[in-house]
Design a binder for this molecule. Structure first.
Ligand code: SF4
Length: 148
């Protein structure tokens, strides 16, 4: 079994990832444009995907094909991840943060300015990494709202 670190290693090219997922390179690029996935980007601008990326993409494919959730629906679902609680940004930062105040797309798709996310690497952020799957998002919300 792969460790979490091994799963995060970007090793598959975009065409390998497309073959493994039985989808086209065009579709993979579209998922990136829509902000559903953040592939690792080499200096040459080539994208690489990890095993964890493939699992995330499988979840996205399932949501689209089996659960009939639209891409906008998935973006809205990701937008509900309470990133402000996870990274514990200040009340002041929340006032002007689009991701805190809007609910149409994931926090990692905004060009953050003047807040703690401006310098963070979203691909490596736990908000992005730990909530790749619908069940994980629900468990997170449960853990935050659980009666103690
Ligand atoms: S660093 Fe990126 S993924 Fe993490 S909370 Fe900020 S915008 Fe979201």
């Amino acid at each position: 079994m792969l460790s979490t670190k091994d799963k995060q290693q970007p090793i598959f090219s975009i065409s390998q990832a497309a073959v493994l997922l039985h989808i086209s390179v065009h579709t993979l690029r579209m998922y990136e444009r829509e902000g559903l996935i953040i592939p690792f980007q080499k200096k040459s601008k080539h994208r690489l995907y990890s095993k964890a990326d493939l699992e995330r993409l499988e979840c996205i494919r399932n949501a689209i094909n089996k659960m009939k959730i639209s891409i906008n629906g998935i973006k809205t679902m990701y937008s509900l991840i309470p990133c402000w609680d996870i990274i514990e940004c200040s009340i002041e930062e929340r006032k002007n943060c689009k991701s805190y105040n809007e609910h149409s797309k994931p926090c990692w798709t905004y060009a953050h300015q003047n807040n703690t996310c401006q310098k963070r690497n979203c691909r490596e952020c736990e908000v992005y990494q730990k909530n790749a799957q619908c069940g994980q998002i629900k468990e997170l919300i449960r853990s935050i709202t659980r009666v103690k």
